[in-house]
Design a protein. Structure first.
Length: 643
């Protein structure tokens, strides 16, 4: 009798699930995910505080052994609580406690269990992925497949607005190196568009009435492709695979998968405030390390000559001068950029490395990733794409004492290119090298997956300040007040900024003129997060920049223990606080046409006085008894508060 009763309860729960119903809620109950199968098609919906923020949207995959988006039945839903605790020195928060509720929906097709969809819901994030299972096809059992299409979509309200970076057309731009995630974000744009016709790069930020959403993906490695978001009419967005012409047409746009095989995680961060977006750690919460670190990797500050002096600065004497400059600043490294192999040579690089070691300064070396996927001519090339040559150079770098590499000019998001990223990272770890990527894809949880991963560009970065006065004119709007809400939310961002030169030229008297203030430069050193920071400083700044600015840049950390969002709006202004050890840094920048005046509540600070960098000067100020402080941020300016 008891067994019959329990079975009846189970059947009732299953029947409800199969028709429609809530399958997962966040621990605090504010985020709710509903899943149902309608006419054989799985759909989901996300609500926040009883408001639907992602309307009924499609799920599923299309493979060459079966269409896993139609003719499906919901067999059962298995639930469990998930708790994970981990430490990472190279993300926005050094110690994370992740708690979520997980629900795995088992789906059948013609009586076979063919796919699972797993949802994890935390207090600010929804993450979900597919697991494709072996299946019988005729008399054979399919243990591999080609994923031809992902049907995942996000139906947003037609009244929502967006903050999106259009995906560039493949094989365009400099030396046909696009797409490389280097386009300008639109601000408060209506939904219903598709960028320049090629969709949008992750992450994608949306504003709805009463809610903010950040849509992205994480956990992508060599077993899948990097995806984008395709815009359709009326607020519908669909996950898209790479385009055929990416990488000069090399490789398929589809996914080759062994079964059982799991896709990357789709992530939706949601909250009534931008704090949920800025502070989220979901990119790392749902992934795991893929290998152990071969050594204890050291992060830190550095400098590089190329941003100011361009290719001609890559010579032995200038790099030696930059080593001396880095030593004077107390910096960890100098990045030796493109053409070092022909303008300095391997033997003299080894000499520079030995000289740097006497000064406590190590070297990062630039490499071109290129095989045959674009026309980028800079050398060294033809090495990082070749396993034998790559390992030979990495062995030489290990023996020479090189700290890491910066690899540039990748060829899109196809699976073969994702495999190249993973191969470079894995081989570099064998030789104790940190890795920075440029001209590249978005990092997707890589700080936790690959322990020697340092950072990626994947943004319209500081080199454009050298090349374009227009980019300088709009630096605060397009960079300082956009990236903290979008690109830098989901991964370490190698921007290469915080210049104190007035002009982007070695003589500091001509070329593109910086329009932002010196305090803005200090503020972005805090706001932009990357454990390895090669700042756009130059040796002349020791004498021509304000001493208070140089002193700040000497001591600002690059690794952080905690982040708190204070206030802001994408494209207008941002104010946030980061903690390193026991010390807090509060930083803000302003891109509006008027000064921003606020009284900040700063409960994280101790009673007493603070150092206030404001209006291009350093002063001391006293917190009120309620730990508030009045600040002013001028147009194209910044503010920094330390204690």
């Amino acid at each position: 009798m008891k067994k019959t009763y329990l079975l009846a309860l189970a059947l009732i729960e299953l029947a409800c699930s199969a028709n429609a119903g809530t399958i997962a809620t966040s621990p605090d109950g504010r985020i709710v995910v509903d899943l149902s199968v309608k006419d054989g098609r799985p759909v989901y919906q996300v609500s926040y505080d009883n408001q639907v923020v992602v309307q009924e949207s499609a799920l599923g995959l299309v493979t060459n052994v079966g269409n896993l988006s139609t003719d499906l039945q919901l067999q059962e839903v298995k639930k469990r609580d998930v708790k994970d605790e981990y430490s990472l020195r190279n993300i926005k928060q050094s110690h994370v406690v992740y708690e979520a509720r997980e629900a795995t929906a088992q789906l059948t097709q013609k009586g076979q269990h063919v796919m699972d969809i797993t949802f994890r819901v935390s207090n600010r994030d929804v993450a979900f992925r597919y697991t494709v299972l072996p299946r019988r096809v005729g008399r054979e059992e399919a243990r591999c497949c080609i994923v031809q299409e992902e049907c995942t979509s996000y139906q947003l309200p037609s009244t929502a607005t967006s903050f999106l970076a259009p995906q560039a057309k493949p094989m365009t731009g400099f030396a046909r190196t696009a797409p490389s995630y280097e386009t300008t974000y639109g601000i408060d744009q209506p939904v219903g568009k598709n960028g320049w016709g090629n969709g949008y790069t992750f992450p994608c930020l949306f504003k709805e009435e009463g809610a903010w959403l950040l849509i992205s993906e994480t956990g992508t490695d060599g077993s899948y492709v990097g995806c984008r978001l395709l815009g359709q009419p009326d607020g519908l967005y669909k996950v898209g695979f790479p385009q055929e012409t990416e990488g000069n047409g090399w490789g398929p746009t589809t996914v080759q998968m062994a079964l059982p095989g799991a896709t990357p995680w789709r992530t939706i961060t949601v909250g009534s405030s931008l704090a949920s977006v800025v502070e989220t750690t979901v990119a790392w919460d749902v992934v795991q390390p893929k290998y152990k670190a071969s050594r204890q990797y050291e992060y830190g500050k550095g400098t590089w000559s190329w941003i100011i002096g361009m290719d001609s600065s890559c010579n032995f004497d200038e790099q030696k001068r930059y080593i001396d400059f880095a030593a004077a600043m107390g910096y960890r490294s100098v990045l030796v950029d493109a053409l070092w192999d022909v303008q300095i040579g391997y033997d003299r690089i080894a000499e520079l490395a030995r000289y740097g070691q006497t000064k406590g300064v190590g070297l990062y070396l630039w490499y071109n990733s290129n095989g045959s996927w674009n026309d980028a001519p800079q050398s060294p090339k033809g090495i990082m794409n070749n396993s034998t040559k790559r390992k030979q150079d990495m062995k030489w770098m290990h023996d020479t004492g090189i700290l890491g590499i910066k690899v540039d000019f990748f060829g899109g998001d196809k699976q073969n290119m994702m495999q190249l990223y993973e191969d470079i990272l894995s081989d570099a770890n064998d030789y104790g090298l940190l890795v920075i990527f440029h001209g590249c894809t978005l990092p997707r949880g890589w700080e936790r997956m690959y322990p020697n991963y340092a950072a990626s560009e994947a943004i319209l970065a500081s080199e454009n300040l050298h090349f374009s006065q227009g980019f300088c004119d709009n630096e605060a709007r397009d960079c300082g007040t956009m990236y903290p809400f979008t690109r830098n939310v989901v991964g370490s961002m190698d921007f290469g900024g915080s210049a104190l030169n007035k002009y982007y030229n070695a003589d500091n008297s001509k070329g593109s003129q910086r329009k932002t203030s010196d305090v803005y430069a200090l503020a972005t050193a805090v706001i932009f997060q990357s454990a390895v920071q090669h700042f756009a400083l130059a040796p002349n700044n020791l004498t021509d920049a304000p001493s208070w600015a140089i002193d700040f840049m000497k001591q600002v950390p690059t690794t952080w223990d905690e982040l708190r969002f204070i206030d802001g709006y994408p494209g207008r202004f941002v104010i946030m606080a980061r903690r390193s050890g026991n010390k807090w840094y509060v930083a803000g920048v302003n891109a509006t046409s008027q000064p921003i005046r606020q009284t900040l509540a700063l409960p994280m600070l101790a009673d007493g006085t603070v150092q206030l960098y404001q209006n291009n000067q350093l002063a001391t100020a006293k917190l009120s008894k309620k730990k508030t402080l009045k600040i002013e941020i001028p147009t194209n300016g910044g503010v920094v508060i330390t204690q």
